[in-house]
Design a protein around this ligand. Structure first.
Ligand SMILES: Cc1cc2nc3c(=O)[nH]c(=O)nc-3n(C[C@H](O)[C@H](O)[C@H](O)COP(=O)(O)OP(=O)(O)OC[C@H]3O[C@@H](n4cnc5c(N)ncnc54)[C@H](O)[C@@H]3O)c2cc1C
Length: 467
C-alpha cells in the first residue's frame, strides 16, 4: 500500500510484517546496543524491526587495524541480515531514521531516497556517536576521524599512500612531511593507532622501499590532556607511555590543536617541536558527540542532554515521559557511564528484558545496573595494558588477554577465523595482509564533499523529532 504523500507503509517497505496483535519493537542502530537488544528478544512474542543506515554491524574497536592493513573491512563488519538470519521474529531494514513522531509512535525512514514509515509499540534507540572536533568541524577535512569503514579505508589509503609518495619525493623536507604521521587524541583508539603506525614503519615495511627507510617515519601522538589513556590507572598509563616511546612514538601532552591544514598541524604545546608539525597524514581520535538523533528526541520529549549530546534518561534507560522509548549505548547519559562496548551491550539487553517483563505484566521500574568488566588497550605487538577489577596487567600477558577478549567479542564464527588468520600473519610474521589501496578510497571524501548536499547527507545526518 502506498500513501498519497509517496511514503510507503511498513507492510511493503521492509519493516516487520505485523502479526495480528503482536507487540512491535523498533530498534534503530545495529551497533552493539541495538544488535544485542535484538538478540535478547529472540524468544519473545514480539515483532522486531532493526533499522540501520549501513548494512553491517561494525566492531569499532578494531577499525584501526583495518586502517593499518592488519584486517580486511569485512572481518569486522558482518552484514546485519546475516547475523540475524535465524531469528525469525526479526526483520532487518536498511535506512536512515530521519524523524520520530513520539506521540504517534512511528518512525520516518529514508532508504536511499525512498521514504517510509515504521510504527512501533516500543522503541530502542541505539544510534551511537559521531566524531567531535570541539567546535572546529573544519579540522575534519585534513584530519579525518575513525568511526566508519569508509573512514578506516580512507585512512589506510592515506597512510600507505604517504610512504609511496615519500619514496618518489626528491625534496628532503617534503619527504619528511610525507613520513610524518600525527594522531590527535591519546585515549585507547589514538594509542592503538599510533602504536600500529610505528610498528608498520619499523617492522612491516622495513624491506619494501629502495629510496626511503620507512623506519625514519615520525609518529606523533598529541593530546590536550596531561596524560595518555585517561580511563586507566596511573601505573598503566606510565607503562603504556614508556612502551610507545620505545617503539618510536613521540608523545606531546597538554597540546591543544589550534589549526589543521593540508601540510600540517598547529598546537598550543610549550614544546617547540610540537607547536607546528609539518605532516601530510593527520588523524583525529579525540572526541565524540552523541548521534544527532539523541538531541532531537530529547528536544521532542523535553529531556535534558549532557555536554556530549547524550540523552539524560530515567534510571531504567527510558526517555522521561515516554516509558516506551529506551536510549542505549553511546546515546545514554546515566550515572556518568562511559561510551564503551559493554555499556552498550548491557543497556541494550536491559531494554529488551524490560520490554519482555512488561509484556508479562510486570511494570515495575527496574534501574539499569552496569557491571564493569574492565578496560584493555593494545600498545603494539606483544604489548598491551589491562585493568580488570583489581587486577592490573601489562606487556605480553595483557596482550594475550587483549587478543582473547577481542576475538571472543567479534560477531560470527567466520569473522573470528578470518581475524585469527590475519593476526597470525601480522603478529607472528611481519606481514600486513590487507595493504591494497585505491584512489577511490583516498579521494572519495573530497569527491562527495564537492557534490554538496545531494551526496553529503550520509555524513550530515538530517534527523528530527516530533511530539
Ligand atoms: C575507533 C573506535 C575504537 C573504540 N574502541 C573501544 C574499545 O576498545 N573498547 C570499548 O569498550 N569501546 C570502544 N569504542 C566505543 C564503542 O565502539 C562504542 O561505545 C559502542 O560501539 C557503542 O555502541 P552503540 O550501539 O551505542 O553505537 P554504535 O556501535 O556506534 O552503533 C550505532 C549504529 O547506529 C547506526 N545509525 C546511526 N544513526 C542512524 C540513523 N539515524 N538511522 C539508522 N541507523 C543509524 C549506525 O550506522 C551504527 O550501526 C571505540 C569506538 C571507536 C569509534
Amino acid at each position: 500500500m502506498t500513501r498519497n504523500d509517496g511514503q510507503h507503509t511498513s507492510a511493503e517497505n521492509g519493516a516487520a510484517p505485523a502479526s495480528a496483535g503482536r507487540h512491535r519493537v523498533a530498534i534503530v542502530g545495529a551497533g552493539f546496543g541495538g544488535l544485542f537488544a535484538a538478540k535478547a528478544l529472540r524468544r519473545a512474542d514480539v515483532d522486531v524491526t532493526v533499522i540501520d543506515r549501513t548494512n553491517h554491524h561494525l566492531f569499532q574497536p578494531l577499525l584501526y587495524q583495518v586502517a593499518t592493513g592488519i584486517l580486511a573491512e569485512g572481518d569486522i563488519a558482518p552484514p546485519i541480515r546475516y547475523v540475524l538470519r535465524r531469528q525469525r521474529n526479526a526483520t532487518v531494514m536498511l535506512g536512515e531514521v530521519q524523524r520520530i513522531d513520539l506521540d504517534e509512535r512511528r518512525l520516518v525512514v529514508d532508504t536511499l531516497g525512498r521514504p517510509s514509515e515504521v510504527p512501533y509499540d516500543s522503541l530502542i534507540l541505539a544510534t551511537g556517536a559521531d566524531q567531535s572536533y570541539f567546535g572546529h568541524p573544519e579540522f575534519a577535512q585534513h584530519a579525518p576521524g575513525m568511526k566508519t569503514i569508509d573512514d578506516a579505508l580512507e585512512l589506510r589509503a592515506r597512510i600507505f599512500g604517504a610512504f609511496e609518495l615519500a619514496e618518489r619525493e626528491p625534496d628532503p623536507e617534503v619527504r619528511r612531511a610525507w613520513l610524518t604521521f600525527v594522531v590527535v587524541g591519546a585515549g585507547p583508539t589514538g594509542v592503538e593507532l599510533a602504536g600500529q603506525i610505528a610498528e608498520l614503519a619499523h617492522r612491516s615495511l622495513c624491506d619494501d622501499f629502495r629510496r626511503i627507510d620507512p623506519a625514519d617515519a615520525r609518529v606523533v601522538l598529541l593530546d590536550a590532556a596531561a596524560t595518555i589513556l585517561p580511563p586507566f590507572p596511573e601505573s598503566l598509563q606510565r607503562r603504556a607511555a614508556r612502551d610507545l616511546e620505545r617503539r618510536g612514538v613521540e608523545i606531546h601532552l597538554g597540546a591543544t590543536v589550534t589549526g589543521v591544514d593540508e601540510r600540517g598541524i598547529d598546537t598550543s604545546s610549550e614544546d617547540p617541536r610540537a607547536r607546528r608539525i609539518e605532516a601530510a597524514t593527520k588523524v583525529w581520535a579525540a572526541g565524540v558527540q552523541a548521534s544527532s538523533l539523541g538531541r532531537v528526541v530529547a528536544e521532542g520529549a523535553g529531556a535534558g542532554i549532557d555536554r556530549t549530546g547524550r540523552v539524560q534518561v530515567r534510571p531504567d534507560c527510558t526517555l522521561p515521559g515516554h516509558p516506551e522509548v529506551f536510549m542505549v549505548g553511546d546515546l545514554l547519559s546515566l550515572d556518568h557511564l562511559p561510551g564503551l562496548v559493554q555499556v552498550a551491550i548491557q543497556s541494550g539487553r536491559h531494554a529488551a528484558e524490560t520490554i519482555v517483563r512488561r509484556l508479562h505484566g510486570d511494570t515495575t521500574e527496574r534501574p539499569f545496573r552496569y557491571r564493569d568488566k574492565g578496560t584493555l588497550a593494545m600498545i603494539s605487538r606483544h604489548h598491551a595494558v589491562a585493568s580488570v577489577g583489581r587486577v592490573r596487567a601489562s606487556g605480553f600477558p595483557a596482550w594475550l588477554l587483549w587478543l582473547a577478549v577481542h576475538l571472543l567479542a567479534l560477531i560470527g564464527f567466520e569473522n573470528r577465523v578470518a581475524v585469527l588468520f590475519s593476526w597470525t600473519v601480522a603478529f607472528l610474521g611481519r606481514g600486513r595482509p590487507h595493504r591494497a589501496i585505491t584512489a577511490r578510497e583516498a579521494f572519495a571524501r573530497q569527491a562527495l564533499d564537492s557534490q554538496g548536499d545531494a551526496f553529503g547527507t550520509a555524513r550530515r545526518p538530517t534527523t528530527t523529532a516530533a511530539r
